[in-house]
Design a protein around this ligand. Sequence first.
Ligand code: SAH
Length: 268
Amino acid sequence: MARYLSTPLIILGIFTLAGCAPPPIEVGQADPRSTSSLVQDTDTQATEIYFETARQNMIDFAIKAYGIEDQAVLEVMGRVPRHEFVQQEHKSMAYANHALPIGYGQTISQPFIVALMTQELDLSPGEKVLEIGTGSGYQAAILAELGVDVFTVEIISELAQEASERLRRLDYTEIQLRNDDGYYGWSDQAPFDAIIVTAAPDHVPQTLVEQLAKGGVMVIPVGPIGGIQELWRINKDEDGAISTSSLGGVRFVPFTRTGKPTDYNRTE
Ligand code: SAH
């Protein structure tokens, strides 16, 4: 460092000795901002570029590479700032293909799983979507960016509060969020064109099936707490008949009925 600093000092010294010192630098006049705010601006820009690059890598190597092809999903996931939905100490990992802790024993899901579940909902703008398990609000923001009307329910009041503030700060003001047990859905807004459940119950809540519109689709992980669950797509046809198909094995935090934080330190 000293090597780099010494050169301008020597040059300044020579000018001064020769009686032709450069004009005094009027600090604060050339740029009204202080040096520290300029440094901060540069840092902020660098950080934004870092996050943008990391987000694009996430799309290419964690989502597209694993077979997600829905252009709208790829586009919104390339836009929504996932780093705003994780805790400060995890921001540098925000675009890695991992679930990350969000407090209260819960996690923000792995980006690939968010992409897969969103793609399977096969949404069109203007549709009505119910999410059970708001968590950080990231999945809700992805849905809102797709132009659907989002209703999301979170059972842990602290998380519901934090997500509500975060979504407002990020300008997702249209999302409707409720602190409640999502087992009963959101009856006065039903039916929904799509329902996405982001915590794993050990059975499919019947109320949610009832709140699914004809022609609608639900994506839900079902299985034992602490084990591998199966991710199901449940379709209700125009006659109200139900069909299911498996999307594979997953690991989600448990679907709880009490809102009490769980001890499970899970990966999705
Ligand atoms: N979709 C979230 C990740 C959710 S983690 C995101 O994008 O960040 C699962 C969430 O489901 C947790 O916040 C958990 O508290 C919540 N949850 C569990 N059981 C629930 C229930 N019965 N009703 C509503 N939310 C529930």
